[in-house]
Design a protein. Sequence first.
Length: 273
Amino acid sequence: MNRCRAYLWLAGGLVVFNGFFPALWILLTSLKTEAELIQLPITWVPAAPTLMNYVRAFRDQPLALFFLNSVIVAGVSTALAILVSALAAYAIARLHIPFRNLILSAIITVSMFPLISLMVPLFKVMRELSLLNTYLALILPYAVLSLPVCTLVMASFFQDIPPDLEAAAMVDGCSRVGALFKVVVPLAAPGVFTAGILAFVNAWDEFLLALTMMNRVSMRTLSVGITLYQGEFAFPWPLISAALIIALVPICIIIAVFQERVVGGLTAGGVKG
């Protein structure tokens, strides 16, 4: 029994190490000078920590603009995905629609499509709509790509909410849509938060679409803008590491603030599905 527990602790420690070590290494690298980074033997902890790389990150490239673009794109696409997914999840959970299982299977199948297979048609559609180099060129695809997982997560929560609560709200004058957003969505808050954070993180980290749809520097998001620090013959790791840490800050804040809701939503959703 003790040996089994030791193995579990070892496995857990390896998982934690695998998750946190890269971020810790990037943080330590961002505090080093380029001279210290290439010296031998390797120094794990900066001998003279400096914040100059963070200053240069904002000075050498419009990092604040990249950050703002990412916030707008990820925030609006997440809100749109949650709105549409809530309606779709409610229809799946409550309405007696024909071919319900077929629709669920189609949603799961669509979510498995690799993004690279959708690049050419998405680019052509955005070009024909004259949306290239606009926020909508990323907001619309990001929202659509997040719909399957958001719909499945919220549908699993909506199914366990008693229909009598909605009926009581409609007796008091609410429409069905009003009952959805005033009764069902608040009661399913853990699932809604989980779906929202999944959609936000996917939009925040996405690179391929952002690189394809935006060729103006002023419209680039963080994931693409960080690549501009690389020169033709130079790869300034401390500078890039500083920019990466800045890009990680919003995700860390969101996870820290909504940690209980996210964990509760993931575990409950896994049981309810």
